[in-house]
Design a binder for this molecule. Sequence first.
Ligand code: FAD
Ligand code: AMP
Length: 475
Amino acid sequence: MSDNFDVIVIGGGPAGYPAAIRAGQNKLSVACIDEWKNRDGSPAFGGTCLNAGCIPSKALLESSELLHRAQHEFASHGLKLAGLSLDLATMQKRKATIVRQSTLGILTLFKGAGVVPLQGHGRLLAGRKVEFTSHDGTKRSLQAKHVVLASGSEPMPLRGVAFDGERVVDSWGALEFSEVPKRLCVIGAGVIGLELGSVWRRLGAETVVLEALEQLLPMADGQVAKEAARHFRKLGLDIRLGAKVGGAEVRPDGVHVSYTDAKGVQSLVVDRLVVAIGRRPFTAGLLGEGTGVALDERGFIQVDEHCRTGAADVWAVGDCVRGPMLAHKGKEEGVAVADRIAGLYGEVNYRTIPSVIYTAPEIAWVGQTEEQVKASGRPYKTGSFPFAASARARAMEATAGFCKIVADAASDEILGIHVIGPMAGELIAEAVLAMEYSASSEDLQRTMHAHPTLSEAVHEAALAADKRAIDIPNR
Ligand code: FAD
Ligand code: AMP
């Protein structure tokens, strides 16, 4: 096998593997190096997202939501379930199968695109040389015309609180519990903390979520965050805001967590503690001497708007560079870079990155919140439509939440769309497309939506922005 490639991608997560596939599609010779190893020591492509993030969390969110609905909603459909019980081992096995199918699928995709998979550690050296150390310790010196760095991120630890993989865990550990903890504490009410807290609460854990900030979901539209807080409380998630965790200690009777809130120092004893206080870029062992690649003060690889590092023909994409730590953001960057390398057009529209929180109700948005638009001083209008007024949502017994549109008062340009409710993550795709094409709210108003579908809520919210909604009174 040749040691010379047009492109070497270091990192096989959702930023790196699409970059490699697109490079292959562009008829470039390409290798993708990835060092991920699962708990049992088996190597796997797919990075955090497929192995320990997006995919396993969504599998458990789906299963736990089904249990919750069976317990609390089936009766209203006239469905009587006797003897419903939880088999967590089967639930976890199903999750593992989904993860395995997804990660093995990458190898098939690599084969189809002519990507050479290399499992082990990659280290960039000066002059776009790459030292590859396979999992068995064998070293190879590779040379590339272009290198794409896609080394991802890792969980942020809480100072003074060591992960022990059992009682004090990160988000990956929290996806692997073999029994439902009686008492659970999650530190951090960010997206990951709320999703994991929801899973274990639905499965029966008494769940406390400690959040240092005074406000829940400060990055979401204010009305959406308020509605979300109401539903999380209804689920029984005990979310304590303004609660800054200072430390935790594992003792025989449980994990003692101490935090400070407005009343002073508080403490809490739980069976398991999940630390979900954010993630940081991972670049350990990635860069040799004299590569010309620089890190910023927070440890992100410095890149320009086209994902170029300071070194010629060395690029970086995904969680290891600035911007939201999201799989789809990394994927678009990876693909755009592979196209640029091939001399094709590559573009990432950072203004239309959708955010989704896979709780129940689901939360999704794109563009600016009403608060952001207001702060910018731009005259604006809003329109909202509650799912309670959607026939499809009523048929689904999923009437919580609403869709809200924020548009420029003069030009009518859509500035943001916010959904909390059933399938919000799917509905937001229409909003992303609309914003990608710089649509006005009138464009959405004049677009036909099938009846009865949840997407009518997006249509009606757009109509409501001009007080022309049909299915709700206009105020
Ligand atoms: P990673 O997925 O971290 O992949 C990097 C890969 O590079 C890893 O396999 C790593 O082992 C490898 N690597 C690093 N350095 C080297 C080296 N020197 N040599 C060889 N290999 C190396 N995002 C969403 O968009 N939607 C979600 O629903 C979602 N849910 C999440 C749930 C959880 C619990 C977590 C933790 C994250 C979630 N995320 C979600 C975030 C998402 O997982 C990340 O944004 C995404 O994985 C980033 O992709 P990446 O390719 O940049 O990095
Ligand atoms: P995210 O960055 O979206 O994953 O969310 C992480 C959350 O953890 C943020 O909302 C932080 O405010 C919160 N957080 C960080 N450190 C602490 C801490 N020591 N105690 C409680 N919450 C924290």
